[in-house]
Design a protein around this ligand. Structure first.
Ligand code: ATP
Ligand code: MG
Length: 330
């Protein structure tokens, strides 16, 4: 059984001018200790997917369908009380901007300790001792002194380390990291990545990593899911995806458009490339392929018929009528 199994998740927002199908029938799994990266352009539903797992979206504006099974229990069906026991404990999260997630008037030690007191019943002294251990684990020098510091007394990179310390304090089985390095400068980004890679081995948590940075994907992920306009359009093991991206959208993200297949191979991964054209509105129903309007390979057939997500080679799924398929059985 997978640690997390998302089955046909739909998240629709009711807005004054129609229903926004932010996530429209997405399924994926994450195994224990596995790192799944989710990539795709702005607005494709990455954060909404992760916030649904944590049940942090405003209801009733957000309407859910499908199932999100974590260790076998459907999180969408859990009472709030049960969900609070899971959040910050078995599943925790690191967001992009640590300054808005940290409380400015509490010391970082208190903030790390808070989750330990809440979920693990530690007293103040035990919680502080553990906070010092966590600061040291995430590579903060002089943790005994830093535990008494306030967020504004730390640099951006340090604050992101504190966020990771808070997220890991209760030894989560799943860590959701939504653009954890985007707000940081390049050298600090590299340090935080090293930290995440190192922690992945030491802590053993599964990681769901949302990022615009294909370099990060290449270095940290085991598997990658590519989203477009609220759908999953491709999924594969990381090496497989970089070697043979099957979906024209993925090739576009890798900077291979318009000369398909030429630059995708051997190109040093960087940030997602810009693809000409606009993402279709999530408020109108599209009968054909959601990417047809921007796809360099689209045929009339694509505009009329939505492609199913199908196996193109073992462990490699793509939703494209014309994506090449391996000759050997998938
Ligand atoms: N609370 C909300 N109410 C209404 N619509 C929302 C809400 N949150 C997100 N959306 C919409 O859901 C869609 C998906 O947004 P989401 O935040 O998941 O994108 P994303 O892939 O995380 O993008 P980015 O890379 O910019 O973070 C967008 O159209 C967004 O406007
Ligand atoms: Mg987002």
């Amino acid at each position: 059984m997978s640690l997390l199994s998302v089955e046909n998740l739909q998240v629709h927002f009711r807005t004054p001018d129609g229903v926004n199908r932010a996530v429209d029938g997405v399924s994926f799994e994450i195994g224990s200790g596995e790192t799944l990266a989710i990539v795709g352009e702005s607005g494709c539903g990455k954060s909404v997917t992760s916030m649904s797992i944590l049940r942090l979206l405003p209801e009733p504006q957000a309407q859910f369908a499908g199932a999100i099974r974590f260790e076998g229990r459907d999180l969408l069906a859990l009472p709030d009380r049960e969900m609070r026991k899971i959040r910050g404990n078995a599943i925790s999260v690191v967001f992009q901007e640590p300054m808005t997630s940290l409380n400015p008037v509490l010391t970082v030690g208190r903030q790390i300790g808070e989750t330990l007191r809440l979920h693990q019943g530690l007293d103040a002294r035990q919680a502080e001792a553990r906070a010092v251990e966590m600061l040291s684990l995430v590579g903060i020098p002089e943790p005994e002194r830093r535990v008494h510091a306030y967020p504004h007394q730390m640099s951006g990179g340090m604050r992101q380390r504190v966020m990771i310390a808070i997220a890991l304090a209760c030894s989560p089985r799943l860590l959701i990291a939504d653009e954890p390095t985007t707000a940081l400068d390049v050298t600090i980004q590299a340090q935080i990545l090293d930290l995440m890679r190192d922690l992945k081995h030491r802590v053993g948590a599964a990681i769901m990593l949302i990022t615009h940075d294909l370099g990060v994907v290449a270095e940290v992920a085991d598997r990658v899911m590519v989203m477009y306009a609220g759908r999953k359009v491709e999924e594969a093991a990381v090496a497989d995806l970089f070697r043979t991206p099957r979906h024209p959208y993925t090739r576009g993200l890798m900077g291979a458009v318009p000369r398909l297949g030429v630059r995708a191979q051997g190109r040093a991964p960087g940030r997602l490339a810009e693809i000409p054209g606009m993402v279709p509105s999530l408020k109108t129903r599209i009968d054909g392929c959601v990417f047809a309007g921007r796809c360099p390979d689209a045929k009339d057939f694509c505009r009329l018929h939505a492609p199913a997500l199908e196996s193109k080679s073992p462990g490699h799924l793509a939703a494209c009528h014309f994506a090449p398929k391996d000759a050997r059985p998938a």
